[in-house]
Design a protein around this ligand. Sequence first.
Ligand code: FES
Length: 107
Amino acid sequence: MTKVRVTWPGGSEQELAAGKGRQLMEALRDNNTGVQGTCGGQCACGTCHVYVREDWAGRLPPRTEDEQAMLDAIGELVEIRPNSRLSCQIVVDDTLAGISVEIGPVP
Ligand code: FES
């Protein structure tokens, strides 16, 4: 398990454990953060949108074309920032220990 720090828009925080090799979205969804992951992690709904804290954003692999397309699509409805990511496209491993994300707005 890898520790992940979650922040809500109001500022409250929670630390939770995310299973290695699994999508970050699954840990967020399964720990009642409000993340729904409606498409099951298929990069097709945008309900797993998070803002990755700036000091972590550059340490992640870049967005794929599919992730970018989904962010562009939901960007018509919610604020997309340079550090916006779809948490289903982030696979948890040891390099993410301590990553910090804010729950983002969803369509
Ligand atoms: S769970 Fe649907 S886009 Fe991430």
